[in-house]
Design a protein around this ligand. Structure first.
Ligand code: G6P
Length: 617
């Protein structure tokens, strides 16, 4: 996720901002920039670069930074427009008077951009942020108001999520910030204020912090108290200054012990971000530019081939069930590493979907090149904007999960599935496979998924207890059917990756063809038994396990009584459509692996022998 740093006070802002950006490096980013108010020229000094904060420092040193006590810096994780110098933040308005940094996504930026172009505004970058700063300037000029008021009026017309910091050279004694959906903290010093995405950049300077709430904005003026208002109705909020008690490391991990746990808990928000601007349930619209622009290709496709590695391959398996079910297009899923080396049959009217969190996996990249060389249209589902796979594919949809730092993939998996569900629904509707009533039901149910995931996350403490019982097991079996067979594979992979316990995932019905021989009283078996999808058959499997004294950890739907009576432990998930159950059933499996790994003293964020991004074959 992007990092924000701002300063207004009496010290030289530049070193404070740079140190702050370095502190935020853990969040992941692809470019960096600063905007400093130059008191001599009364202009804004801006330096931006693709790459690391050190690249930014080198570039600033070439130009020589002016002394300033007002400035801002940003580390960007690209969402609109590839990572390059121009798309990096800060962005200036057309007059050069306003400088802005922004985290989040402005959903209606295209409509605003069209309007601004008609008003004579021009744009250098591909970003939604440059649209926002010019929209604020437009409002400021049109309404003849000060910056704070212009920000407020503009934000009331913006759809999306944001944390912004903005200042105006014509009033260098003031800095304005606002938040909706992306965090912003203000460090309160002695006649000075520090602004940042979290408290890590200013913890050395002050322990007093104000956390801006959603829909709030702050106007900070030199020499006066900070003013906080509601963006919507202008009401004044009394600032709540809190004393920081966290260590630096705790703040980086958002108070969680590990990035993996943080990322597991981020899933409700990550999925919201995947939806943002795409899923308009009230209007019955699913909008994804990469699909919209190529809709005929998708509708005429005779076959979809899905390729990926590791967890991304599992997301592909879930997609196979969903796309065949909801859109009735034949789907084949293959490991990219196999596909690239086996002379596969690829037709010109096939669509190849390449799934990759990092966008850099060497096997997936090579498989894409092979598919393209054979004339296929390749659609990417990536998390990292500007990555090699995102650039190599003909079109695609980003998952917008934010940086995933834990090596074991969690939020990338559920956001990949989210994108693929949206794709399946869009195609199913266009092809007339899903009727309008069911289509709407799906859209509303998708909207409800983040809250349902939040509900599943409440089983956290219970899963910790289960983990304590089975942490010393040497083998685990994971069983699921239909949509939840790939979830069983993913559950087993998570456990292997981070706890080094041997685990296998199987379709429940295949148990009788082999794994049943392994079952004894030492063997924990995780069974996904949602009331949908061959429930009775899975119940029979559970009984077979029980009669062989295996220990059953079952993931069931709320209100289940049958499995509850047989299983040793049951974790409930809320009711949802069968096709969407993987988004919920995955969560307890992630938590179980996490706690088992911790109890075995394993390094969950960086497991032995594994890499986050595998750029070699
Ligand atoms: C590595 C990672 C996995 C990931 C796989 C594919 O093995 O450790 O978590 O699922 O690569 O990575 P990708 O970035 O292509 O999704």
């Amino acid at each position: 996720m992007c990092g924000i740093v701002g300063y207004i006070g009496h010290r030289d802002a530049y070193p404070i901002i740079i140190k702050g950006l370095q502190r935020l490096e853990y969040r992941g980013y692809d470019s960096a920039g600063v905007a400093l108010y130059n008191e001599e020229s009364k202009r804004i000094f801006t330096v931006k670069t693709k790459g690391k904060v050190q690249d930014l420092i080198d570039k600033v040193e070439l130009n020589g930074s002016p002394f300033t006590n007002l400035g801002m810096g940003h580390t960007r994780w690209a969402s609109h427009g590839e990572p390059n110098d121009v798309n990096s933040h800060p962005h200036l308005s057309n007059s050069g008077n306003l400088a802005i940094i922004h985290n989040g996504i402005i959903e209606n930026y295209e409509a605003l951009k069209t309007m601004l172009k008609q008003e004579g505004f021009t744009f250098k970058s591909d970003t939604d942020t440059e649209v926002l700063v010019n929209f604020i300037e437009y409002v400021q000029q049109k309404e003849n108001v000060k910056l704070g008021k212009a920000v407020q009026l503009a934000l009331n017309q913006v759809v999306g999520a944001y944390a912004i910091v903005i200042f105006d050279v014509s009033n260098p004694d003031e800095i304005v910030l606002a938040r909706l959906g992306s965090p912003l903290a203000i460090g309160v010093g002695d006649d000075e204020y520090f602004i940042a995405s979290d408290a890590t950049p200013f913890i050395d300077y002050t322990k007093d912090a104000i956390y801006l709430e959603d829909e709030e904005m702050a106007i900070i003026k030199r020499g006066t108290a900070i003013q906080i208002r509601k963006i919507g109705d202008d009401s004044i909020i009394t600032p709540n200054v809190q004393e920081l008690e966290f260590s630096l490391e705790q703040i980086e991990k958002g108070g969680y012990e590990h990035f993996m746990l943080k990322e597991i808990f981020e899933q409700p928000n990550a999925i919201q971000d995947t939806f943002r601007g795409r899923l308009l349930a009230d209007k019955g619209i699913i909008r994804m530019a990469g699909v919209d622009d190529n809709i005929d290709r998708f509708l005429n496709a005779k076959r979809i081939l899905i390729i990926g590695c590791g967890t991304s391959w599992h997301a592909g398996l879930v997609a196979e069930y969903i796309i065949e079910d909801l859109a009735r297009i034949p789907v084949e899923v293959e490991y990219a590493s196999e596909f690239r080396y086996r002379n596969p049959i690829i037709n010109k009217d096939d669509i190849v979907i390449a799934i990759s969190q990092s966008g850099e996996t060497a096997d997936t990249l090579a498989a894409i090149k092979l598919a393209k060389a054979n004339g296929a249209f390749v659609f990417g589902v990536c998390n990292v904007v500007g990555s090699s796979i995102a650039r190599e594919t003909d079109a695609g949809a980003f998952t917008h999960a934010g940086p995933e730092i834990g090596v074991a993939s969690t939020k990338a998996f559920t956001t990949q599935i989210t994108v693929l569900v949206l794709l399946a629904l869009r195609l199913g509707k266009e092809k007339g496979v899903i009727n309008t009533t069911d289509y709407y039901k799906y859209l509303y149910e998708m909207m409800a998924i983040p809250d349902k995931i939040a509900e599943v996350l409440e089983s956290n403490a219970f899963l910790e207890e289960i983990a304590a019982i089975y942490k010393d097991a040497t083998n685990f079996l994971y069983l699921g059917r239909g949509y939840n067979f790939p979830v069983a594979l993913e559950g087993a992979l998570k456990l292997k990756e981070i706890s080094y316990i041997h685990a296998e995932g199987y379709p429940a019905a295949e148990m009788k063809h082999g794994p049943i021989a392994l079952i004894d009283e030492q063997m924990p078996i995780v069974v996904i038994a949602t009331r949908k999808g061959h429930y009775d058959k899975v119940v029979s499997n559970i009984q077979e396990i029980k009669s062989r004294k295996g220990k059953i950890i079952a993931v069931v739907m709320k209100g289940d009584t049958i499995v509850k009576n047989i299983a040793d432990h049951t974790i409930e998930i809320p009711e949802t459509f069968e096709a969407l159950t993987p988004l919920l059933t995955t969560i307890p499996l992630q938590l179980l692996s996490y706690y088992i790994a911790i109890m075995r003293d394993c390094n969950v964020d960086q497991p032995r022998n594994l890499a986050k991004s595998v750029t070699i074959e």
